[in-house]
Write a protein that binds this ligand. Structure first.
Ligand SMILES: NC(=O)c1ccc[n+]([C@@H]2O[C@H](COP(=O)([O-])OP(=O)(O)OC[C@H]3O[C@@H](n4cnc5c(N)ncnc54)[C@H](OP(=O)(O)O)[C@@H]3O)[C@@H](O)[C@H]2O)c1
Length: 304
């Protein structure tokens, strides 16, 4: 490890922060970390809501960030993903660090999860909601051939990291000045439908739905919703078109290719609007539910 650490004082909070420079995509990135005991002594909270969005560098996560700022223009957002360059570009586009700040790193890394929560609390003094959107699809392969190490990795990214970040954010979500904290877990139709070649992905999303149900049972001060976002026009679909032939059933593969050719993939902003509205307004009656972005349960949250 050639990481370097140092301590500095973050004005105006006067909190001592330990900054670790870590390698990420070949670059040294400052990943802020702070003792969790410090997090509850932060500055007086911002009067405006504070939201965390994972996988905010591109695709659905970035669309959710932008929809969130349209719905709640005063909100502060802490975005995260591995690509520091993309997150820096998003920050510049959205008008600076008070609207959108970020932590670059792998969401499965516990120190990254801590840095995300610590940075949000050090900067704005509260956390009102988290969108758990970062996700991966591979390995696409027949069940008999899935490398176990890849199976472990997809569960780590799509499920375990969600629990890890949630655990760290829960003390703040429970005490949200909004009266309820909110979690939106980006799930998939694959959570309830088995597809050839997608055993790992389907299993991870089914587990995510159950995690949402369990959170709803055990955390009454937090509304947790699992959202099916539709077949989105993002890099993930491009990846399926490029790599899915021979891995998925022919009919499924052709369905995705045709949807792209016909322009019927879902615009991430249109579906992302529903995710953002759920983060801001979802009521307790939705907690633990798995909802479709086009479903009647979320009609009031769809783009008009
Ligand atoms: N696309 C669809 O049709 C579809 C359908 C149903 C559900 N979904 C779900 O929607 C969510 C977003 O999908 P998408 O289509 O926007 O995917 P995408 O275009 O591949 O984007 C994935 C995002 O997750 C981040 N990410 C991936 N692995 C990460 C890791 N280990 N640590 C931190 N960040 C990581 C990526 O950023 P970096 O690469 O910079 O880390 C990126 O921001 C996923 O949970 C996916 O399962 C998608």
């Amino acid at each position: 490890m050639n990481d370097k650490s140092f301590v500095f004082c973050l004005a105006p909070t006067r909190l001592l922060l330990k900054v670790t420079l870590q390698k990420c995509h070949g670059q040294l990135i400052p990943a802020t970390s702070m003792n969790s005991s410090n997090t509850n002594n932060a500055m007086s909270p911002s009067p405006n809501p504070v939201y965390i969005v994972t996988g905010a560098s591109r695709g659905y996560g970035l669309a959710i960030v932008k929809e969130l700022l349209l719905i709640s223009p005063q909100a502060h957002i802490l975005g995260t993903a591995r690509s520091a360059d993309k997150l820096a570009a998003v920050q510049a586009e959205l008008g600076g660090a008070d609207r959108f700040d970020y932590v670059a790193g792998d969401i499965t890394d516990e120190s990254v999860a801590k840095a995300i929560v610590d940075k949000a609390v050090a900067r704005w003094g509260r956390i009102d909601g988290v969108v758990h959107n970062a996700g991966i699809l591979d390995p696409m392969d027949h069940i008999s051939k899935i490398p176990i190490s890849f199976f472990r990795q997809i569960l780590d990214v799509n499920v375990t990291s969600v629990l890890q970040l949630t655990q760290l954010a829960l003390p703040h979500l429970r005490t949200s000045p909004l009266g309820l904290g909110r979690l939106v877990l980006i799930s998939s139709g694959a959570a309830t439908n088995a597809y050839h070649g997608w055993t790992a992905y389907c299993t991870s999303k089914a587990a995510l739905n159950m995690l949402a149900k369990c959170l709803a049972v055990e955390e009454p001060k937090v509304v947790t919703v699992a959202l099916r976002p539709g077949v989105l026009d993002t890099d993930m679909q491009q990846h399926i078109r490029d790599n899915g032939k021979g891995k998925l059933e022919d009919g499924t593969y052709e369905y995705f290719v045709k949807a792209h050719q016909e322009g019927s993939l879902v615009d991430p902003h249109v579906s992302g609007h529903v995710a953002a509205q759920l983060l801001v307004k979802a009521g307790k009656e939705l907690s633990g539910q798995f909802v479709d972005w086009k479903g009647d349960e979320v009609k009031e949250f769809q783009k008009k």
